[in-house]
Design a protein around this ligand. Structure first.
Ligand code: PAF
Length: 278
């Protein structure tokens, strides 16, 4: 496995290589990321994992400066699961000048997480498009944990005719059900015990939908209230269409329950897909 820090060196290193699969990450890797690498390995001949904490996708008051940077530890883990190249560019290499050319996304980028993190998805899509152009993969793998991001990356790729297939990897969970996330380590012991309550409420909501509940606003409100009563500060709970992340039409069967909420200083997101009978 090679660790490459500059675009120029990467271009030379990848010359003549085909069948590249890219797993874009911000590092501080956990089992969820490693599972994406495993999927990448299954689909392509050559796996590139990018590690870059992208300033463009963090708001002014967000955790950019404290986001954990653990390159050495990440490389050890990646070496063991069959990564060919780790691409870890510097901020200056990726943004040698202020990034004024950005990706304009569909309006749904301003809903759900986008409503609470203005510009976040524009920043994420812009860096991913740059990484696509630099690495030139034919497949890229993203986690379903960031469901809205995965949807928007699919839209960007399709609408800009990028010759790249986007694959979504299932969310990996701790034994109690909490979705793995680099931000879980911000939680103190009491918060970590409480954190699974978000997932448990998504599971309850999924069951209610499968049992025939159709008043989605009521279901969303119930989860927000119950989380609020447990001391969470809820950004949103929303039941949407898997197809376009819009509010579901009456007969729509492929749904997803998405939520984002704060426990103390930590913002957690999670989602569950649900198929109901038509
Ligand atoms: O999901 C992430 O870690 C980031 O948003 C991504 C896709 C690596 C872009 O910075």
């Amino acid at each position: 496995m090679r660790v490459i820090h500059t675009i120029a060196e990467l271009r030379v290193g990848l010359r003549g290589i085909t069948g590249i699969v890219l797993v874009p990450t911000m590092g501080n890797l956990h089992q969820g990321h490693l599972d994406l690498v495993r999927i990448a390995r299954q689909h392509g001949q050559f796996v590139v994992v990018s590690i870059f904490v992208n300033p463009l996708q963090f708001g002014i008051n967000e955790d950019y400066s404290k986001y954990p940077r653990t390159l050495e530890q990440d490389c050890k883990a990646l070496e063991q699961c069959g990564t060919d190249v780790v691409f870890a560019p510097s901020e200056h290499d990726l943004y040698p000048q202020p990034q004024q050319v950005t990706v304009e996304l569909p309006p749904v980028a301003n809903e759900l997480c986008g409503a609470f993190r203005p510009g976040h998805f524009r920043g994420a899509a812009t860096v991913v498009l740059k990484l696509f152009n630099i690495v030139q993969p034919y497949i890229a793998v993203f986690g379903k944990k960031d469901y809205q991001q995965l949807y928007l990356m699919r839209q960007m790729t399709a609408q800009l005719n990028l010759p790249i297939e986007i694959i979504g990897g299932e969310t990996v969970r701790a034994s109690d059900g909490l979705a793995l996330s680099s931000r879980n380590q911000y939680l103190n012991v009491a918060e970590r015990t409480e954190a699974v309550f978000l997932y448990q409420n998504l599971v309850r909501t999924r069951q209610a939908i499968m049992d025939g509940a159709t008043d989605f606003l009521k279901l969303e409100r119930q989860v927000m209230e119950v989380l609020g009563a447990h001391g969470w500060r809820v950004d949103y709970v929303a039941i949407r269409s898997q197809v376009n992340l819009a509010e579901p039409t009456a007969g729509e069967c492929s749904l997803v329950i998405l939520a984002a909420a704060w426990l103390g200083q930590t913002r957690l997101i999670d989602n569950l897909e649900v198929l109901r009978e038509g």
